[in-house]
Design a protein around this ligand. Structure first.
Ligand code: ATP
Ligand code: MG
Length: 466
C-alpha cells in the first residue's frame, strides 16, 4: 500500500482552501488546513507534514513566516508558496531562502498536482538520505568508541560487555584509576537497546551528600534553601537512557539506602516529596575501590552491592596488558592528529620500548597524558625518548626476580623481591605501591618492616637481612 503523504494548506481565503483540499484529497493526500500563519505555525510545531502549500499574503503572519516555522520544525520540509502578481518579488526571494517553489496565481489543477508530487518525492528522498547518513554516523560513532585493546585480558572484558550490554542488568565496573571504566560504561550503553537515547554520568564522589541526593532523586520546591522550583533527579531525567554512577563507593550510608530503594522499586521519592515517581533507567556503576572489602568492613551496604554487582566487569590494569600499549599509542596519536603541518606523529623505536616497559600506575589515562605532552614538546613529527616525562624515561626497568635470585626461591624471597620492585616502580610511594600490590597500606608497612625494604624514589635493592 502506498503511504499517504500529508500536506498542510494555508490560505486566508477559505474558497481556495476548499478547492485545493478537494483536489489533493482526491489524489490520495492527507490534507490539513489553516486559515492563517499563526495556526499554521502551531500545526507545524505539533506534527510536521510532508509538504506545506501556503499563500504569501495573509493578515498577521505571512507565508514567509510560515516558511520560517517550517524550516524551524524540519530543515528538509518543502514549502511551496502561492503568490499573486503583487508579491512575486517576495516569492522569488523566498525561493532563494529555501522555499521549494512558487506557484503564480492563477494556476491550473495540473500545475498544483505536478508540483506537489515532485515536492513530496523530493522529500521522501531527502528523508531516506538523512536516515542513511544518520545510520552511517551511528555506526561510525559506535566503532570509533569501541575501547582499544586486543590483549586476551581485554578481549575477555569486551566480550563480557557485549554479552551483558543488551540486558537491562545493572553492571558494576571496577578497576584502578584510568583503566577506562567510563569508556566501558559508554560502550555498554551504546551496545544496549538504549544506545540511541542519552547517557548520563554523575560522579558520586564529587558532590556533598545533600547535593548528590537532590541531583539523583530530584527535589520539590521549598524542600531546602535554594530549592526554588521542582527539579527532576537524574534517575528520572535519564528516563529511557542510561545513568552511570561513577565512584559509587563514595556514597554515604543514607544515599546508599535510597539508591537501593530506587533500583529495587524502580521509583524514587524526590527530596521533600511524599509521592514516589517511577523511573525507567539502566544503571551502570563504577568504583576504583575494592567494594567487597568495603562490604566486609561495613562501609558499603551488602544489599546494594549485590544489586549493583549483578555483573561485574573488572578493567585490567595497563601493566597486565602490555601488548595493548602500541595499539593505544597509535589510537591516541591519531586522535592527537597532525603535528604542525600535515605529518602524522610517530614514535621512535626506543621511545616505544620505554613506553612498553613502564609500569603505568595511572593506566591508560597516564599514557594518554604522556603522549599529549610528548606531542607538544617534540620538535619534529616523531616522539623520541627525550620527549617523554622524566618519571617514565627514568623508571627502573622492571625485573621481578633480582639479579642474584636463588635457583628455587622460597615464597618469602619472591614476595620480598616483588614488593621491592613495585616500591621502586612507584618511586617509593607506599600508597600507590599498596594499590598496585592489591593489599592494604597497613599490610604493606608491616612487610616493609619485616623484610627491611628500602623505600624512597630510586631506592635500590632492599637490605639483605631482614
Ligand atoms: N580501552 C581504551 N581505549 C581508548 N581510550 C581509553 C581506553 N581506556 C581508557 N581510555 C582513555 O583513558 C582515559 C581514562 O579513561 P576513563 O576516564 O574511562 O578511566 P576511569 O577508569 O574512569 O578513571 P577514573 O577511575 O580515574 O575515573 C580517557 O581519556 C579515555 O578516553
Ligand atoms: Mg572515571
Amino acid at each position: 500500500m502506498k503511504p499517504t503523504h500529508k500536506i498542510l494548506l494555508v490560505d486566508d481565503e477559505t474558497g481556495i482552501l476548499d478547492t485545493l483540499r478537494i483536489l489533493l484529497t482526491g489524489e490520495g493526500y492527507e490534507v490539513a488546513t489553516a486559515t492563517g500563519g499563526e495556526e499554521a505555525c502551531r500545526l507545524l510545531s505539533e506534527a510536521p507534514p510532508d509538504l506545506v502549500l501556503t499563500d504569501i499574503r495573509m493578515p498577521g503572519k505571512t507565508g514567509i513566516d510560515v516558511l520560517r516555522c517550517a524550516r524551524a520544525a524540519d530543515e528538509a520540509l518543502p514549502v511551496v508558496l502561492m503568490t499573486a502578481q503583487a508579491s512575486l518579488q517576495t516569492a522569488v526571494r523566498a525561493v532563494n531562502e529555501g522555499a521549494y517553489y512558487y506557484l503564480q496565481k492563477p494556476f491550473s489543477n495540473d500545475e498544483v498536482l505536478a508540483i506537489c508530487k515532485r515536492a513530496v518525492e523530493a522529500r521522501v528522498l531527502t528523508n531516506e538520505n538523512h536516515e542513511l547518513k544518520r545510520e552511517i554516523k551511528r555506526r561510525d560513532q559506535r566503532s570509533s568508541r569501541e575501547p582499544v585493546g586486543r590483549s586476551s585480558s581485554f578481549r575477555r572484558v569486551v566480550e563480557l560487555a557485549r554479552t551483558v550490554a543488551p540486558t537491562e542488568s545493572t553492571v558494576l565496573i571496577s578497576g584502578e584509576s584510568g583503566t577506562g571504566k567510563e569508556v566501558m560504561a559508554r560502550f555498554l550503553h551504546e551496545l544496549s537497546e538504549r544506545g540511541d537515547r542519552d547517557f548520563f554520568s554523575i560522579n558520586c564522589g564529587a558532590l556533598p551528600e545533600t547535593l548528590l541526593e537532590s541531583e539523583l532523586f530530584g527535589h520539590v520546591e521549598g524542600s531546602f534553601t535554594g530549592a526554588v522550583k521542582d527539579k527532576d533527579g537524574l534517575l528520572v531525567a535519564a528516563g529511557g537512557g542510561t545513568l552511570f554512577l561513577d565512584e559509587i563507593g563514595e556514597t554515604s550510608p543514607a544515599t546508599q539506602v535510597k539508591l537501593l530503594r530506587a533500583i529495587q522499586e524502580r521509583e524514587v521519592i524526590p527530596v521533600g516529596a511524599t509521592r514516589p515517581v517511577s523511573i525507567d533507567v539502566r544503571i551502570l556503576a563504577a568504583t576504583n575501590r575494592d567494594l567487597e572489602e568495603e562490604v566486609r568492613r561495613g562501609s558499603f551496604r551488602s544489599d546494594l552491592f549485590y544489586r549493583l554487582n549483578v555483573f561485574q566487569i573488572e578493567m585490567p590494569p595497563l601493566r597486565d596488558r602490555k601488548t595493548d600499549i602500541p595499539l593505544l599509542i597509535d589510537h591516541f596519536l591519531r586522535r592527537l592528529g597532525v603535528h604542525g603541518e600535515s605529518h602524522p606523529l610517530e614514535v621512535h623505536e626506543d621511545a616505544l620500548q620505554v613506553l612498553i616497559e613502564y609500569a603505568w600506575p595511572g593506566n591508560v589515562r597516564e599514557l594518554e597524558n604522556a603522549l599529549e605532552r610528548a606531542a607538544i614538546v617534540s620538535l619534529d613529527s616523531s616522539i623520541a625518548v627525550e620527549d617523554l616525562p622524566a618519571r617514565i624515561r627514568e623508571a627502573p626497568t622492571p625485573r621481578i626476580v633480582c639479579d642474584a635470585a636463588p635457583a628455587n626461591p622460597p615464597m618469602e624471597v619472591v614476595e620480598r623481591a616483588y614488593i621491592q620492585w613495585v616500591l621502586n616502580a612507584e618511586g617509593g610511594n607506599k600508597t600507590r605501591a599498596a594499590d598496585v600490590l592489591g593489599i592494604d597500606p597497613s599490610t604493606l608497612y608491616r612487610k616493609i618492616n619485616r623484610y627491611g625494604l628500602a623505600v624512597g624514589a630510586g631506592a635500590g635493592e632492599g637490605k639483605t637481612d631482614g
